[in-house]
Ligand binder design. Structure first.
Ligand SMILES: CC(C)(COP(=O)(O)OP(=O)(O)OC[C@H]1O[C@@H](n2cnc3c(N)ncnc32)[C@H](O)[C@@H]1OP(=O)(O)O)[C@@H](O)C(=O)NCCC(=O)NCCS
Length: 155
């Protein structure tokens, strides 16, 4: 029996980014280039990292990246990004990408999952210690971590 990939957009969460790939982002078969997806994932992941760092960040590592299903021209992509780890200067973010295909039939496929690490940097592009979290943000950060789980993860 063929396996259905139909997923749901994560309930109660807002995507950091929504974007639709165009023909210039794809090869001659209409499959979107992995490098284009990686660039969008990097942007999406940098948004919560920048907020947590309260300033500029630089991507230091792509820890894992899984292109589980292809992305096609015209898919509506939603990028969800959650901070999963915080160090002295670094912030690690998990990014999940969902494609809404054939949108009139509401087919949703989780296409990509990645984990990236960002480093807070100062004006000289050197690592900078993260500012402390305000108490109300600590509660939100904890509940975000508890919500993570389920789904598949790249290793
Ligand atoms: C980001 C940058 C300023 C960090 O400076 P650095 O001297 O290399 O950093 P450090 O060795 O002090 O490490 C900084 C943090 O990154 C973490 N880190 C280092 N290497 C890592 C790796 N491979 N994976 C995950 N985290 C890593 C360290 O553990 C440290 O985290 P902590 O402070 O929370 O413990 C520097 O590496 C840089 O400018 N890189 C280029 C950034 C860039 O151009 N990115 C875009 C290219 S796509």
């Amino acid at each position: 029996m063929p396996q259905s990939n139909n997923a749901q957009l994560p309930p109660g969460k807002f995507p950091q980014l929504r974007v639709m790939p165009m023909p210039a982002d794809a090869n001659i078969h209409g499959d979107v280039f992995g490098g284009w997806i990686m660039a969008q994932v990097d942007i999406a992941g940098s948004l919560p990292a920048t907020r947590r760092a309260n300033g500029r960040v630089a991507t230091i590592a792509v820890n894992s990246f899984l292109f589980k299903h292809p992305v096609f021209v015209g898919d509506l992509l939603s990028f969800y990004a959650d901070i999963v780890k915080v160090g002295n200067t670094s912030i690690t973010v998990n990014v999940e990408v969902y494609a809404e295909r054939n949108r009139l039939q509401t087919e949703i496929v989780k296409v990509t999952e990645a984990t990236l690490t960002y480093v807070a940097t100062d004006d000289s592009r050197k690592p900078r210690a993260l500012p402390p979290l305000a108490p109300e943000d600590q509660v939100e950060a904890l509940s975000n971590l508890q919500e993570l789980g389920g789904g598949w993860h790249a290793v």
